[in-house]
Design a protein around this ligand. Structure first.
Ligand SMILES: *Cc1c(COP(=O)(O)O)cnc(C)c1O
Length: 495
């Protein structure tokens, strides 16, 4: 079947996969959804003998209907080249759970799973649609997305990327990772403000008609690498299919047996990919939505009301500090039986009043999801407990998921095997991990902490750590929010 894409808010206009990837967001502000969710074309037994790359091909071919086999295979090469293990996403058993390690890419966070392949998909999409302009990626980041996007787009022909981050809003290692980024087409700018300020201004720049026209005169056009791009969602489905295949292969389950999946959730992209894997035919029973103290999703799945009118809390799992989970819009579309008018109404109410309530029927359909949250203390305790009981060190984001997975087990007595999406290497959040796992930890310097973490985990420094510690700092621009437009023009050579 030939899958096309349309907006969650209007199903009249249809786009090819490549057009949806290039546009990022639909013109009416909605997100692109597939015209139907394809069924896996091979059996679960057949899956179990396949490599990550082979499964990637099977999944992507179903969704990228205007890409040739050759183009998909060529894109998938990144999983051979940029990941530090042939398994790509190893599945590690520790204690009661199976941890799906999604952090073996160049920036040691799960964002690499999609952002390392998105540039290939975009480049192919520009050729396919005869786009002559160079692509300019603008991104605001609270840490992980920025570096993953920089690495992904660095030196990719006919692309440029500008990343904005809040000057005092990212961890020391995250900042070093970005400021050491090489590449003639990459720009990193810190702003005097918080992440929301950066994000809001980037959205305004995207919507700025005059700026768009100026770009066009200079053979440039904006595109977006953030997690609402369907080109980021599709590659994330692969690892859920792969983890199921691994569990059959190592005789943990028989083909057809159900598993549960627990995901530390922020923008709802990662867990939505698990939902798509389920809809494609992977026997996933419960989708466990794990939040930190910004628990807007826990309340939503419990009550049916989404209410963003609450305080924003800074936690030790910053990549999940979010009050508007953009990708939830796609789930609303599916739960409503593809009712674009209803979704448009909810989103309007969200932007006007910060709140909406779904129908009782939709809430019933959402019962595949279990949602709960971990407090800061729960996260700390979980890191310590997983180390003590299983000798396995997890980062704060993964700990949120492990804690909520335990809550689920206790609440239900369900003995189904649980796969936990392990979204960041502990090396990315050394202080939070050491404070939890080591009694009387004292923070002397970043280097000393990393060294201590190395002794604790027994895992050598990934490349990303060595680079952050030793590579020269290459970027040093800081601007006010009001100066972001000027700096974009300057970096693009428009003035
Ligand atoms: C982005 C991120 C998340 C949240 O993923 P979503 O797809 O936004 O729900 C969780 N953990 C880490 C480490 C991340 O970088």
């Amino acid at each position: 079947m030939n899958i096309t894409y349309h907006s969650t808010r209007n199903d009249q206009l249809s786009y090819t996969a490549s057009q949806a990837i290039l546009s990022g967001i639909a013109p009416d502000g909605g997100l692109f959804v597939p015209s139907s969710i394809p069924t896996l074309p091979i059996t679960l037994e057949e899956l179990s003998s396949k490599t990550y790359q082979e499964i990637a091909f099977v999944v992507m071919k179903e969704f990228l209907s205007d890409f040739s086999d050759e183009e998909i295979k060529q894109s998938i090469q990144v999983y051979n080249e940029k990941f530090d293990t042939p398994a790509v996403t190893p599945l590690v058993k520790a204690g009661d759970f199976h941890y799906l390690e999604l952090f073996h890419g160049p920036t040691i966070a799960f964002k690499d799973m999609a952002l390392s392949i998105l540039p290939q998909l975009m480049t192919i999409s520009t050729k396919k649609n005869n786009i002559k302009e160079d692509i300019v990626i603008l991104t605001a980041t609270s840490g992980d997305t920025g570096k993953a996007a920089l690495v992904g787009f660095s030196e990719v022909p006919h692309t440029k990327i500008i990343v904005f981050y809040p000057k005092n809003g990212v961890s020391e290692i995250q900042e070093k990772q970005m400021l050491t980024q090489k590449g003639n087409n990459v720009h990193v700018v810190s702003i005097e403000g918080n992440f929301d300020d950066a994000q809001t201004q980037v959205k305004q720049l995207f919507a700025d008609e005059k700026l768009r026209a100026e770009l066009e005169e200079n053979q440039l056009r904006f595109s977006s690498a953030n997690s609402i791009n369907i080109g980021r969602l599709i590659p994330q489905i692969i690892y859920y299919v792969y983890s199921y295949a691994q569990l059959i292969k190592d005789n943990t389950i028989k083909a057809g047996e159900s598993i549960n999946v627990a995901v530390p959730t922020g923008n709802f992209g990662n867990i939505l990919a698990a939902y798509y894997a389920k809809e494609m035919g992977i026997p996933i029973n419960k989708l466990i939505v794990a939040s930190n103290e910004n628990n807007v999703l826990t309340d939503f799945f419990t009550s049916g009301t989404y209410d963003r009118n609450r305080d924003f809390i800074l936690t030790s799992s910053p990549s999940m500090d979010i009050l508007v989970s953009s990708n939830l819009e796609r789930l609303l579309y599916h739960l409503s039986g593809n009712d674009t008018k209803l979704v448009a109404g909810y989103m309007n109410s969200l932007s006007q009043e910060g709140i909406y309530k779904i129908t009782a029927d939709m809430l019933t359909k959402a019962s595949d999801f279990y949602a709960n949250f971990a407090s800061e203390k729960d996260v700390k305790d979980q890191i310590q407990r997983t180390n003590e009981e299983a000798g396995y060190i997890i980062d704060p984001h993964t700990a949120v998921a492990a804690f909520v997975a335990n809550q689920y087990k206790e609440a239900t007595d369900d003995q189904t095997e649980i796969v936990i999406a392990s979204t960041a290497s502990p090396y990315k959040f050394p202080l939070a991990v050491l404070e939890a796992a080591v009694a009387n930890f004292s923070n002397d310097s970043l280097e000393a902490s990393l060294q201590q973490l190395k002794e604790l985990t027994g895992v050598p420094f990934p490349n990303a750590v060595n680079e952050a510690l030793h590579d020269p700092i290459l970027h040093d621009t800081t601007v006010k929010v009001s100066e972001m437009k000027e700096i974009v023009k300057k970096k693009l050579g428009l003035q």
